[in-house]
Every structure is written in structure tokens, then in C-alpha cells.
Design a binder for this molecule. Structure first.
Ligand code: 26M
Length: 801
């Protein structure tokens, strides 16, 4: 079907006419997309089946990655690339006068995630399949992914996202494998043969219907599965208003919660979590029991990974299955459970640590609650034996305390591995946030520095740079990304530098065109593209970036001798709909953009662009075009960051604090090839322990700071007198929790250094190339190898031919 251009064209045209009953000339872009998608799915079906068959037949260990989010983005282009058939399709389409890129861009993003955590899950799936590892994703088939963002009058407006509007060619519904999940009701117990038996009665059940999506490895026959659960009414609805039951049931997989930090404590969210967990565990156990008689060796053949605490009910759910359905003794069930489960922590922000009030948890999940209660009691007793009389410690470490279930405590106690996502983050977990747990379970704690799939973020997003690398060092790096380091021998080659500059120029032109089309603003293609794209959050400090731009604006206005190297400051960020402060910052960026871009003089030297609806597909255009990567979180707050790695891989230089994976980027490239500034993590943490710092002193003593802070409320932004008062208050009267003013001067200095460095283009190009050479370390292939060896103990499956 895809072996050569003509064969492809023939089957494409035949298919198109058969499916849509019209001539090619009458077909729409959607018909063409759909036809090609169906052909690809059919093309991989035999490998999908044989991968599944192999996993069923062999008893090799499988890993299941449970995640409430999978931020996949578009799939057609990546699938074509991984299958090695994109060229054939491109040429065939060219003959037919179809622009493949246009067809690819007509696909909706699968945006089933908020940001870093969800995108990491998607990168991991790509690496698992590409490394022939038996690893599968389990998630929720949200009808609406993360909201679409519109900017109206400078304000964010949220619209429901509709990725399934025209269907999803990649999914296969499997109604015969549906699973029933009980909520509410009560637990009855009886004694059978001297053993306690539990029965969940009067429950309201929801069906979980799986939709499977193929996860296609790069140039390999492995096709793994991402199973997304859809919530539907059960065959025997409860005896009450049937329509209300149907509505409430479908609500469970209707929306992705749009918060990437805040614990909201909503019943529906807990329902989603148990829905995912119970459906997944029941289905894993069911398929395991098809080839094994008992679950005694379950943990030797199955690894279950929980992505943050959101799926941590996997622990009591597995206990429930082993105890109630398999009639195991507690000790054995417990041994199997914690040896099966591993857990990744993605944040130390206290407001993000999930805690479920008992008055929500207990009635919704009565049997699960009983098990958590028993776990808690046994754990507290153990603590008592080890630290008799130390009530304080027990209170701090308990799984249930003060009327809430602490999900992170459950995760640590019930798993054999707890990892952070960058060295510094793992150290903060061990030495500070989870210190007491580290004391009793030192062997559980480990680090797995995040990574990104170079197949999407380089091969797919930046084919121009991909070709240049391959022309320089051959193709081996594609399957062994650490070999990108071979590029290092060539960074002083003038021809390579020139060619890299040409690639960057071309990608900046492409982005400039997109910006012009979307915002009507024309940006200087020769300016420095300085980019901060990520979720909007106080700790990520978009505000610091803004204040620096305001400072530059002021200097340009006040001093006619002051000039800067032309810069385009680009922002992209979604704010959680209920996050008041974050929304104010979006408005501020847009007000600043209006001010700067409409000033005849200043706008010759700088522009400010807010790109609306930042998402995976837009990111693929942004990273290749960037010169400067803004990674300016308050040190200690950004667990890892992964955007930092995507920029680096595309030859941008980092402007960053010593936070998260920025530190490991610095270790890779050396201090000459990155710009760092600001407080260090332990300085920040020490400040917190000693009651913070006095931001007003910085306001009073630094005229630059006073000027920009005053401008937030003094009419500098026309018609917004009160608009930014809350931002000013956060800096002055709430003592600047995130050290924006504290780091301001240091940031300005580092930006000046950067500008100087950029002016030496020749050297800058060497630095950029060196960053690319070292980015291989940040391929998620490296990360996944470390998980496979260090946590999951899984081996690659043989490649089927
Ligand atoms: C919780 C409750 C209710 C609604 C939403 C949530 C929630 C959703 C996502 C909380 C946190 C969520 O994600 C946190 C996250 O994305 N953390 C990021 O993880 C990345 C991958 O490890 C890191 O690179 C980032 O530094 C870290 O912020």
C-alpha cells in the first residue's frame, strides 16, 4: 500500500472513492485526511496484532503507565514519520496536487493534558514503542481536552475544546472489553468458612468502555497500545431518574480538569481518578488471568506506574482485587501490591499535593476507603514500633490525618519506587519535602531526569535541522540520540555554522509568517526571538520577563543614545480559568504588547507578541524558530521543565535560573553556553524558612524596579488604572513570594550578557550547535532506558518480521 508512490496513489484514490462515493476532484480535505488515516491504521494493524500476540503468548513483563493526562498532539504526521512512509505519501500527494502538510494540519490536536506532566506521558509512549519495550498507556478519553484559548480585548476567554468533532481515525472501540465500576452504596460483610467476605451493595455503576489507540514505534514493528476509557451508562441503571443517571455518568469522561497545579477537591475529579484506576486494574488483571491461573506472581510479570498521585488509588484497588476477588491474605496481597507499583512525583508545590476530604472519599468509594484505613492503621503501628511515643512524627506521616487522605503518603507507602524528575527535584524530595519518608524508606527514592522524544521535537518539528545533523554526522544518532555529541567535533566548521544559521533564519521566517497571519503584527525576522511558552503560573515568573521588557522600554524612551539589538519577545500561555492572578498576567502581557508595538520608535527595536492557544501543534512551530529560551522559575519550584530541553535541541540558548533540569543543561553544556542568574534553590528555601525577604527594600532602593512597579498602576497602560493592582500588591504587600524583585537586577545583567553574546554571531552559532550536540542526553529514550532498568525491570521484545 505504501511501498511506492504509484501503488500508494492507486490505493488512496480507490479508497477515497469507495468510502465517500465521489470522485477525487470532488473530495474535501477532510475526506483526504480520513482516507489516509484509515490507510495508515490498516497498514499497521498486522504489527499491532502481532505485538499484542507476542505479549500475550510470552510471559515477559509488561509495564502499564497510568496517567490522568496524555498530551499527544497531532498523530498523522508522526505516525507517517515513524513508519518511514512519509516521503512516499508526500510524493504521491504532490502528484495529486495535495499539500500533505496542509492535510496534517487539518487534524485536531489530541490535547488530553494540561502541560508538562501530560506531554511527558506522550513522549514516554513514543520512546517505549521505539525501544521495543512492552509498555502501554492507560488514560481517560475526555470528550473535551484542555480548553481552547481566545484572547478578547487582552483577556483570556475559554472555549470547550472539540477534538472528537469529526471523529478520531486512530481509535478502536472495544465494547466487549468494557468494565463495570461501582460508586457509592455500602459494604456488607459476612463470614464464609471462617473468612471475612465483603460485598459492595446498592452501588451506582458506570461502564468503562475502552478505546484503543496504536502507539507506533520509530522504524520498528512494535505497535503498543494507549487505552483510553470512555464513561457510559451501565446496562442496569439505578432505580432513579434515568436521564440524570445518564448525564452524571457521561460527565465522568467529559472534561479534562484545566488546572495544572491546584488541588480543587471536586467529587467529579475523584470519580475520574477511580474510574481510570479501577477500569485499568480490572482489565490488566483480567488479561493476566487469561494466561496465568493465579495472581501470586503478578508483580513478576506486571509493573504499574502511577504518573503523579492522580492514579494512586491503584494501590488500594489492587489490594481490593487481591483480597476480595482472589481471597489472598493481607500480607501477601500487600507484598504483591507494593512490588507492582511505582510512583513519580512532579511537584513540591504544597498547593498541588492532593488531599481528599473523608466526607467525599468515604461515601463515594466505601470499600477502597476501608482498605486505605487499614493501610493507615498498619503503617502508623509500624511507625509507633520504630519511633515509640513520637506522636508528632506519626501525625505528620499518616496517610489519613485531620479529615483528609494524603495521596502522596499513600503513594510512597504503597510503592517500591518513588522518583523525582530532575536531580535537584529528587534531592529536595529526599532532604526536605519527603525527608521523614526518606528516613524510613531510603531505598525507594531515586531520580529519573525527564526527557523529550527527539522524534517529535526534532525530526518532525525541525526537518531542516534534522537533515543538517545527518549531513554532518550520518544517521546513527537518530536511533542512538546520545551520538548527537559527535556534532561537537564540527561546531567550529564555518560551513556548518552558516548552514545552521540558514536553518534558523528559515524557521524564524516561517514563525514570523504565522505570527503575522494570526495577529496582524509583522516582526523583524532578523531580531532575536526570545520566547517564554508554558502554562501561566506565578512561580514560572512570566512577570519577571514582563518587568524586564518594561525596563527596556523605559530606557529606550528616556535615553535617545540607548539602543538594543532588535528583539521579539514571544509569549504563549494558558491560565487556569479560576486562577485570578494568572489571568491578570495575560492581560498585562497583552497591554504591554499594545504599548510597545504601537510606539513608532520603540517598536523598531522590539515587539511583544502573545500567541493565543498555545498547544503541542503550535509549539512545533515555535521551538525551531527560537534563539533564546526563557526558563526563569523561582529556583526550587520547577521540578524539571521539559520545554527547556525542546528549545536546546533546536539550537536555542537558555536564559535560566538554577532550577529543575536547567541545572543539568548547564552541567552538559558548561557555563559559557548558557545564561544563568538569580537566587539558588537553597537560598530560596532558606529565605522561606526564615520568613521570606523584604521586597519593599528592593522597590525603594532600585529606581528601575520602582519605575516599572509604579507603572503597573499609574496610567502607563491606558484605561487600565485598577487592572494590575493585584499584581503590584503581590510584589509589595504580599512580600513577593516568588522573588521577582529579588532576582530583577540579576536578570537584567544576564540579559545584557546575552545581548552581547548574540552580537558575536559567529560565537553564538557555536554555542547553539554545542547545545544541540549535548541535547541527546535529554532524549526520553535515555529516560525510558533508566525507568526500564532501574524501576520496571522490563526487557525489549524481539522485533517481529
Ligand atoms: C490536580 C488536581 C486537579 C486538577 C488538576 C491537577 C493537576 C494536573 C496536572 C495537578 C498537576 C498537574 O501537573 C503538574 C505538572 O505538570 N508538573 C510538571 O511536570 C513536568 C513533567 O515532569 C515537569 O517538567 C514540570 O516541572 C512540572 O511542573
Amino acid at each position: 500500500m505504501f511501498s511506492n508512490k504509484n501503488e500508494f496513489k492507486d490505493s488512496f484514490l480507490k479508497r477515497l472513492e469507495m468510502s465517500y462515493g465521489k470522485k477525487f476532484a470532488e473530495s474535501t480535505k477532510r475526506d483526504q485526511y480520513q482516507t489516509l488515516g484509515n490507510m495508515v491504521r490498516e497498514h499497521i494493524s498486522s504489527n499491532w496484532i502481532s505485538t499484542n500476540e507476542w505479549n500475550r503468548a510470552s510471559n515477559n513483563k509488561q509495564v502499564y503507565y497510568l496517567s490522568i493526562e496524555f498530551l499527544l498532539g497531532r498523530l498523522l504526521g508522526q505516525n507517517l514519520l515513524n513508519l518511514g512512509i512519509r516521503e512516499v505519501v508526500l510524493e504521491g500527494f504532490a502528484d495529486l496536487g495535495i499539500d500533505l502538510e496542509e492535510i496534517e494540519e487539518s487534524e485536531a490536536d489530541a490535547g488530553l493534558g494540561n502541560g508538562g506532566l501530560g506531554r511527558l506521558a506522550a513522549c514516554f509512549l513514543d520512546s517505549l514503542a521505539s525501544l521495543n519495550l512492552p509498555g502501554h498507556g492507560l488514560g481517560i478519553r475526555y470528550k473535551h481536552g484542555l480548553f481552547d484559548q481566545k484572547i478578547v480585548d487582552g483577556y483570556q476567554v475559554e472555549l470547550p475544546e472539540q477534538w472528537l468533532r469529526h471523529g478520531n481515525v486512530w481509535e478502536v472501540r472495544k465494547p466487549d472489553q468494557a468494565i463495570e465500576i461501582p460508586f457509592w452504596g455500602k459494604i456488607e460483610h459476612s463470614h464464609e468458612d471462617g473468612k471475612l467476605e465483603f460485598r459492595h451493595v446498592q452501588s451506582e455503576n458506570i461502564m468503562a468502555v475502552p478505546y484503543d489507540m496504536p502507539v507506533i514505534g520509530y522504524e520498528t514493528s512494535t505497535v503498543n497500545t494507549l487505552r483510553l476509557w470512555n464513561a457510559e451508562p451501565a446496562p442496569h441503571p439505578p432505580h432513579r431518574d434515568v436521564l440524570a443517571y445518564k448525564r452524571e455518568t457521561e460527565a465522568v469522561s467529559e472534561f479534562l480538569y484545566p488546572d495544572d497545579t491546584h488541588d480543587e477537591g471536586k467529587i467529579l475529579r475523584l470519580k475520574q481518578q477511580y474510574f481510570l484506576v479501577s477500569a485499568s486494574l480490572q482489565s490488566i488483571v483480567r488479561s493476566y488471568l487469561k494466561k496465568n491461573d493465579t495472581l501470586h506472581e503478578f508483580h513478576k510479570h506486571v509493573a504499574i506506574h502511577v504518573n503523579d498521585t492522580h492514579p494512586v488509588l491503584a494501590i488500594p484497588e489492587l489490594m481490593r482485587i487481591l483480597l476480595d476477588e482472589e481471597h489472598m491474605e493481607w500480607e501477601e496481597a500487600w507484598n504483591i501490591t507494593f512490588n507492582t507499583i511505582s510512583y513519580t512525583n512532579h511537584t513540591t508545590l504544597s498547593e498541588a499535593l492532593e488531599k481528599w476530604p473523608l466526607h467525599i472519599f468515604k461515601p463515594l468509594l466505601p470499600r477502597i476507603y476501608m482498605i486505605v484505613e487499614e493501610l493507615n492503621e498498619r503503617f502508623c503501628k509500624e511507625l509507633w514500633n520504630r519511633f515509640p511515643g513520637d506522636w508528632n512524627r506519626i501525625e505528620n506521616m499518616a496517610i489519613i490525618a485531620h479529615g483528609v487522605v494524603k495521596m502522596a503518603h499513600l503513594a510512597i507507602v504503597g510503592s517500591h519506587s518513588v522518583n523525582g524528575v530532575a536531580k535537584i527535584h529528587s534531592d529536595i524530595l529526599k532532604n526536605r519535602e519527603m525527608k521523614l519518608f526518606h528516613q524510613i524508606y531510603p531505598q525507594k527514592f531515586n531520580n529519573k531526569t525527564n526527557g523529550i522524544t527527539h522524534r517529535r521535537w526534532l525530526l518532525k518539528a525541525n526537518p531542516e535541522l534534522t537533515n543538517l545533523i545527518t549531513e554532518t554526522i550520518g544517521t546513527d544518532w537518530i536511533t542512538n540520540p546520545h551520538l548527537m555529541i559527535e556534532l561537537k567535533r564540527h561546531i567550529y566548521n564555518p560551513l556548518l555554522k552558516e548552514e545552521f544559521a540558514a536553518v534558523k533564519r528559515k524557521r524564524k521566517e516561517i514563525l514570523a509568517d504565522i505570527i503575522e497571519k494570526k495577529t496582524g503584527i509583522s516582526v523583524d525576522k532578523h531580531s532575536i526571538f526570545d520566547v517564554q511558552v508554558k502554562r501561566l503560573h506565578a512561580y514560572k515568573r512570566q512577570l519577571l520577563n514582563v518587568l524586564h521588557i518594561m525596563y527596556l522600554y523605559n530606557r529606550l524612551k528616556e535615553d535617545s543614545n540607548f539602543t538594543i539589538y532588535p528583539r521579539t519577545f514571544i509569549f504563549g500561555a494558558k491560565a487556569s480559568p479560576g486562577y485570578y492572578y494568572a489571568k491578570k498576567i495575560i492581560k498585562l502581557i497583552n497591554s504591554l504588547a499594545d504599548k510597545v508595538n504601537s510606539d513608532p520608535k520603540v517598536s523598531k527595536m522590539m515587539k511583544v507578541i502573545f500567541m493565543e492557544n498555545y498547544r503541542v501543534s503550535l509549539a512545533e512551530h515555535i521551538f525551531p524558530a527560537t534563539d533564546v529560551s526563557e526558563q526563569i522559575s523561582t529556583a526550587s519550584k520547577e521540578a524539571s521543565g521539559t520545554g527547556n530541553m525542546k528549545f536546546m535541541m533546536n539550537g536555542a540558548l537558555t536564559m535560566g535560573t538554577l532550577d529543575g533540569a536547567n541545572i543539568e543543561i548547564l552541567e552538559e553544556v558548561g557555563k559559557e553556553n548558557i545564561f544563568t542568574f538569580g537566587l539558588k534553590a537553597d537560598e530560596v528555601l532558606n529565605y522561606y524558612e526564615n520568613g521570606g525577604y523584604r521586597s519593599s527594600e528592593y522597590y525603594h532602593h532600585d529606581l528601575r524596579i520602582r519605575q516599572v512597579v509604579d507603572q503597573l498602576t499609574n496610567g502607563f497602560f491606558p484605561d487600565t488604572e485598577d487592572e494590575f493592582e493585584a499584581i503590584k500588591d503581590s510584589l509589595l504587600y504580599e512580600n513577593d513570594q516568588y522573588f521577582v524583585l529579588r532576582d530583577f537586577a540579576s536578570y537584567v545583567d544576564a540579559q545584557e550578557q546575552l545581548e552581547k553574546a548574540y552580537k558575536n554571531q559567529d560565537k553564538w552559532l557555536e554555542k547553539a550547535l554545542l547545545n544541540i550536540a549535548h541535547s541527546g542526553y535529554f532524549s526520553s529514550d535515555r529516560t525510558i532506558h533508566e525507568y526500564a532498568d532501574g524501576i520496571w525491570d522490563i526487557q525489549p521484545i524481539p522485533v517481529i518480521h
